[in-house]
Design a protein around this ligand. Structure first.
Ligand code: NAD
Length: 478
């Protein structure tokens, strides 16, 4: 039908058909059916957590260099299988093939990076005087649950599971019900790489399955990536097993372009920031806050570049593919139509593309009041809005006047102004004179409604480690 593998659960090192509801997806580019799959039922979710719990002592006690060897092997297997994995992601998500290849490369890189950390999880000693020695041992937190969205299925999965496994913890992952295909492929490769059975399990399903997983007794930490509304529910569910939470949530990230900015560089960054992956990016730069004097010139540059973008089938590697689903398309159209009905200026796009598939063109609304729905809520599509600002202080005020706080961009030739803004922007990551340019070894995560905790880089390990303090009393000979 679609050339995609069958999606099934992966529990205790083997695949299992789900025993829950059946689901059918369609290829977002051509609306042809993809292979149907069945969700896990509640017993299978409990079984996956019990299996991860049973596998914990063996994996936690595996020597750090041996854990590293498994994760390095897994990274190599992902790299060897990259073409096939990238095609799965491209067809399932609707993302251009070269972007899907990049995602698979990032997944391999997460395993390589955290493999290298396995034997560097040092503790510390704390001075208590000559008759006592206190030390900490970085122990694995236990069974970790990973609940994922659909926009970067394989790289977001690796972003959480790689540090968890490096720490000696075990994992149960639940991909989005829209993108179930790559997770079990990754788990299969992990088993092939020598990961003990049960250390990494996959269950499939939607919100109910996610809630059952987050609330399952035996789960020690839940890493959730998704919308803020669901993040709140996950936090509540995780209170049953008293699990820790990492929440990587939505965003409405500002990109500030000041009067003295290099406008060509800004146009490149703003364009990539909102139209890459058809704007379905948590860190999308969806609010351009632009100095009044350069606004029209920047919009002209953006519109020219955006008009030249090719929309097409992901496997033909266009500049932009379709949105992931009919529901996502309807969501984007809803925001745009309501903004048009309010009389806001649509400088580009704003009309669904007349072809099969869930395509939506690059769209720009200009000079939007900060209180408008389209300025406050996450559209999660290729829709940019602009605000006009008068100087850095005004830009900062507009940028911070939003419930989200994921990332921000700043374009200015003044390093002083850039740093002044970077220190005051209420976000977890700031890009100066570039956008989404940091790579995956830099800590990432939000503040305010964008989340709790940090992933990526060495900071990404801390959620999966539970430092234990040991106090030795040694009063000496009597
Ligand atoms: P979503 O919140 O609808 O779903 C995310 C995951 O949660 C899915 O696997 C879903 O099945 C599951 N889920 C749904 N209800 C649940 C419940 N009650 N309990 C437990 N799990 C439940 O989000 P989405 O539409 O899949 O993804 C888009 C959102 O994800 C956007 O808001 C985007 O900004 C965010 N996102 C954030 C990051 C980040 O790193 N900050 C990265 C990617 C996406």
């Amino acid at each position: 039908m679609s050339g995609l593998p069958e999606a099934c659960l992966w529990i205790d090192g083997a695949d299992h058909p789900g025993r829950g509801a059946a689901r059918c997806l369609v290829d977002p580019a051509i609306e042809a059916p993809l292979s149907p799959f069945r969700e896990a039922d509640a017993d299978q979710v409990a079984q996956a957590v019990a299996t991860a719990s049973a596998a914990l002592p063996r994996w936690a006690d595996t020597l750090p260099r041996d854990r590293a060897a498994v994760l390095f092997r897994l990274a190599d297997l992902i790299t060897q299988d990259a073409d096939r994995l990238a095609r799965i992601e491209a067809v399932n998500v609707g993302k251009p093939l070269s972007q899907a290849c990049r995602d698979v490369g990032r997944a391999a890189d997460y395993f390589r990076f955290y493999a290298g950390a396995c034997d560097k999880l040092n503790g510390e000693t704390i001075p208590l005087g000559p008759d006592q020695t206190a030390l900490t041992v970085a122990e694995p937190v236990g069974v970790t649950a990973h609940i994922l969205p659909w926009n970067y299925p394989i790289s977001t999965l690796a972003r959480g599971v790689a540090p968890a496994l490096a720490a000696g913890a075990t994992a149960v992952a639940k991909p989005s019900e829209l993108t179930p295909f790559s997770a079990v492929e990754l788990a299969r490769l992990a088993t092939q790489a020598g990961l003990p059975d049960g250390a990494f399990n996959v269950v499939l399903g939607g919100g109910e399955t996610g809630a059952a997983l987050a609330g399952q007794e035996g789960v020690a930490h839940v890493t959730f990536t998704g919308s803020t509304a669901t993040g709140r529910k996950v936090m509540q569910a995780a209170s049953t097993p008293v699990a820790g939470v990492t929440l990587e949530l939505g965003g409405k990230s500002p990109v500030i372009v000041l009067e003295d900015a290099d406008l060509d560089a800004a146009a490149v960054g703003v364009l990539r920031g909102i139209f890459f992956n058809a704007g379905q990016v948590c860190a999308a730069g969806s609010r351009l806050i632009c100095a009044r004097g350069v606004h029209d010139a920047l919009i002209a540059k953006l519109a020219e570049k955006a008009r030249a973008m090719r929309l097409g089938n992901p496997l033909d590697d266009p500049d932009m593919g379709p949105l992931v689903s009919a529901a996502q398309l309807a969501r984007v159209e809803g925001f745009v139509e309501r903004a048009k009905a309010q009389g806001f200026t649509c400088a580009l796009g704003g009309q669904r593309v007349d072809r099969p598939g869930f395509f939506y063109p690059p769209t720009i609304f200009t000079d939007i009041p900060p209180e408008a729905e389209i300025a406050r809520e996450e559209v999660f599509g290729p829709v940019l809005i602009t605000h006009l600002c008068d100087g850095a202080e005004d830009a900062l005020r507009i940028a911070n006047d939003n419930p989200y706080g994921l990332v921000a961009g700043v374009y200015t030739r003044s390093h002083d102004t850039a740093l002044w803004l970077a220190r005051r922007l209420e976000v977890g990551q700031v890009f100066v004179n570039g956008f989404l340019s940091g790579g995956d070894t830099v800590p990432f995560g939000g503040v305010k409604h964008s989340g709790i905790g940090r992933e990526k880089g060495l900071a990404g390990l801390s959620a999966y480690l539970a430092p234990k303090s040991i106090i030795l009393n040694h009063a000496g000979p009597t």
